[in-house]
Design a protein around this ligand. Structure first.
Ligand code: CTP
Length: 404
């Protein structure tokens, strides 16, 4: 699977760096061409001589030596993928803020290929809010993350923070390159985030959607080769990735227009946005001053985007909706599948711990029109997005089988 793939391995300062000898050996054995860039700190844990011997090429550490300049731009263009393993807490923070004080960071900042990160750090560092924030930032830049695993750490403690094993990194890359084909060339429309319905110049009606699910979905679908248009409500993180176009919108009406005009040219639609169901009838031009007594705001229904796309669906278009429920989950989800003419409906129940708005995790069940129910356990939103993308691929493939 990795035959002929060009893999640029970035190694940073962490005890897990010693495992990169195995990783390089596995990659070379799988037929990949490997080039290694490492930080000075990584050199404390593994020697360039070991890595140079295994990768059959020079190992680069510095932007410039006495008479040569390492061409960081061409390295990032040469690679099919850049893998940073292990990714230390320090390099993660530098990547999140765009710092460039060594060759590895210069290559990372100029890389045009997909970048995948395999962090390694102690459990308390891994769970620190700064690390969480830095990780969310680099994911929003379009980087993929191979999650840390739980186990014995360099500190002697047992917990989250171990770098994924070299075999797991190899398997991840094999899936990544294979997955690239499943939705090759398919045009996918994804909605994500909340909408803001203005009341006056300073107030709006909104909701707690972070946009994480829609962003993760857009990235999982792009990873499978799809050309994704993400219509994104107001959120703080904004993804960027080759094959991904982001259209920023604010209101339900803007999101509706952006989707309805693009839908005829799409193959797949995935409506993950938490669209406001109601919007103020009028928007005051001036800030509304407070008055004695109560204030009644007149609201009108917004247009249902999923329903509109379902009604306009043509040919082989596949439409996926979401249902967020607090009771009678299955019957409401199936009701929405039918009423909105979707092909798949993804159910989140707010009764499940760790699922829904504001969490990094989610727990879903997907229903299709043939009555199949795909249930999944509590997972990170990235893993949930990959599951949804897999069910989409499976549904498209089973359509082909039926037609044969
Ligand atoms: N949706 C949409 N446009 C809207 C409202 C909802 O596209 N104006 C989509 C959501 O993105 C989601 C699905 O419809 O895919 C279900 O949304 P939800 O709000 O749960 O369902 P509603 O039909 O609004 O029903 P209710 O609020 O009664 O649960």
């Amino acid at each position: 699977m990795l035959q002929g793939k060009k893999i640029l391995l970035g190694i940073t300062g962490s005890i897990a760096a010693y495992k990169t000898a195995t990783l390089v050996r596995l990659l070379v054995k799988a037929g990949a061409e490997v080039r290694v860039v490492m930080t000075r700190a990584a050199g404390e844990f593994i020697t360039p001589l070991t890595l140079g011997t295994l990768s059959k090429g020079p190992v680069l550490t510095d932007l410039a030596t006495a008479d040569t300049w390492a061409n960081h731009v061409m390295l990032g263009r040469w690679a099919d993928v850049m893998v940073v393993a292990p990714l230390s807490c320090n390099t993660l923070a530098k990547m999140a803020s765009g710092q460039c004080d060594n060759l590895l960071l210069a290559v990372y900042l100029s890389a045009t290929c997909p970048v995948v990160l395999a962090p390694a750090m102690d459990e308390d560092m891994w769970h620190h809010p700064a690390t969480r924030q830095n990780l969310a930032k680099v994911i929003s830049y379009g980087n993929r993350v191979i999650p840390v695993v739980r186990g014995e750490l360099a500190s002697g403690l047992v917990g989250d923070g171990r770098m994924a094993e070299p075999e797991a990194i190899l398997a991840w890359l094999e899936t990544f390159f294979h997955a690239g084909q499943a939705l090759q060339g398919k045009r996918v429309l994804v909605t994500g985030g909340p909408t803001h319905e203005p009341i006056d110049p300073v107030r709006f009606i909104g909701n707690h959607s972070s946009g994480k699910m829609g962003i993760a979905l857009a990235m999982a679908l792009a990873d499978k080769g799809a050309l994704v248009t993400l219509v994104l409500g107001p959120v703080t993180q904004r993804p960027s990735l080759p094959g991904l176009e982001v259209i920023d919108v604010l209101t339900a009406s803007e999101m509706y227009d952006a989707c309805v005009t693009r839908w005829p040219a799409m193959d797949i639609g995935v409506m993950a946005a938490a669209v406001a169901d109601y919007t103020p009838v009028t928007v005051a031009e001036e800030k509304i001053k407070k008055q004695p007594g109560t204030w009644a705001l007149e609201l009108t229904k917004t247009k249902d985007i999923l329903q509109a796309l379902g009604a306009a669906k043509h040919g082989d278009q596949l439409l996926v909706g979401f249902a967020l429920e607090t009771r009678d989950e299955k019957s409401y989800a199936l009701g929405k599948l039918e009423a909105k003419n979707a092909d798949l409906i993804v159910l989140n129940s707010l009764r499940d711990a760790g699922a829904g708005f504001g969490y990094d995790t989610n727990k879903i069940t997907i229903f299709d029109r043939q009555g199949t129910e795909h249930s999944f356990g509590l997972k990170s939103k990235d893993a949930v997005a990959r599951d949804i993308a897999d069910v989409i691929v499976h549904t498209l493939e089973s359509r082909k089988t039926v037609l044969r």
